[in-house]
Design a protein around this ligand. Structure first.
Ligand SMILES: [Fe+2]
Length: 375
């Protein structure tokens, strides 16, 4: 990395829509992302951990290589894609959504519609995830063009064997601009927000922690979360709550005997709170649909799946209230990097088969586990 003591990058908080209470998100201006100096990266890394989602605009010409190199700077000894080879498993619910760039395998292409040629991928058809393939109850076909849901709130992480990536970068290459949609929670609350079609929604897991009662904060600080082995295969027959925040407990998860071989030491047990390495704040950071058990400080294990999900949903739901959601209105050339240890995010929206949208996503399995609250 070129040496320089000063950086020309400036940090600007994102404009908040009326009524919004979000306290995260910033735009960084003046960056040359093909030639990041060490002084630039100091600014970028601090901005990332202070704002949790950072956005660079006008990056249309940024190469997949430069996207990978920038993403890797946050964890220089990480090398492999965040899901490793686990996406090869045809039964994984993530399998249809991601296509790998042949010359830069840490970068995935996601989006919608037919694409004749892109970065060495020829004649591919991308499919934007639609909630009807994942939610138990769905929006009717007649309401589907105007209305949408949070598809699946998540952390980008394999949650088996590999450590959760520290950051993810997401670049909008092609964005069809159409009318906004109404995003409905459909959970009895009447909550809804307006989102641009295909908006990526983010919430702060630090805010989610701050909203807990003192008793729940203590529980969150001291409890560990055990994730199911091969979680995206395990959960494949199960269906989501309408708010996208975890699964309905109908006993549809696959039996462990029908999963690929399970190696006990690869099962992930992670703290319920992950610490921000720059601000020291605690994030309530749980992947709500992959969770299997909770392990309390005294060693007690809560292993009733329905009870585990109820506890996690009760703790997380206040943090996705409408005024706390940042929905990015993507424009071509936007590149976002987010603190994958400090936010939850989800796809939203639905597209017609012929509406072409292309995004590049990059993350790498981390070189170390997330920071625990007492780190
Ligand atoms: Fe994601």
């Amino acid at each position: 990395m070129p040496h320089s003591t000063t950086s020309s990058i400036t940090v600007h908080r994102l404009a908040r829509p009326a009524g919004s209470a979000i306290d995260f998100g910033a735009e960084l201006r003046g960056a040359d992302l093909e030639n990041v100096t060490d002084a630039d990266f100091d600014v970028i890394r601090t901005a990332l951990y202070e704002n949790n989602v950072i956005l660079f605009k006008y990056q249309q010409s940024l190469s997949p290589r430069a996207q990978y190199e920038l993403t890797r700077l946050f964890d220089p000894t990480a090398t492999g894609y965040g899901h490793g080879k686990t996406l090869d498993a045809k039964r994984s619910i993530l399998h249809p959504d991601l296509k790998t760039i042949p010359h830069q395998p840490q970068v995935q292409v996601i989006g919608n519609g037919p694409v004749a040629s892109f970065e060495g991928l020829e004649n591919i058809t991308l499919k934007h995830p639609h909630h009807k393939t994942f939610h138990k109850e769905v929006i009717s076909a007649e309401d589907d063009r105007e209305n949408t849901r949070f598809y699946r709130w998540h952390i980008d992480a394999a949650l088996y064997d590999l450590e959760p990536p520290k950051v993810t970068s997401l670049m909008a290459v092609k964005v069809p601009k159409t009318e906004f949609q109404t995003l409905r929670y459909d959970d009895g609350s009447n909550d809804k927000i307006s989102v641009s079609r295909g908006s990526t929604a983010f919430v702060s897991s630090f805010k989610m922690f701050d909203l807990l009662s003192d008793e729940d904060k203590e529980f969150a600080r001291t409890t560990k979360v055990q994730y199911a082995p091969h979680p995206y295969i395990w959960m494949s027959p199960a269906r989501s709550r309408s708010d996208g925040l975890g699964l309905v407990s109908d006993n549809l998860e696959l039996d462990f005997s029908s999963l690929p071989p399970i190696e006990e030491e690869k099962i992930k047990v992670l703290p319920m709170c992950w610490k921000n390495p720059v601000t020291g704040q605690l994030a309530l950071q749980i992947h709500p649909s992959a969770v299997q058990k909770l392990i309390r400080a005294d060693g007690t294990v809560i292993d009733d799946l329905k009870e585990v999900r109820e506890i996690v949903h009760r703790m997380q739901r206040p943090g996705i209230a409408p005024e706390l959601v940042l929905g990015i209105d993507w424009e071509e050339g936007d590149m976002a990097i987010f603190n994958n240890h400090g936010v939850l995010h989800t796809v939203t929206g639905s597209f017609l088969p012929e509406e072409v949208r292309i995004f590049r996503q990059c993350n790498m399995a981390a070189s170390e586990p997330p920071l625990s609250p007492d780190a």
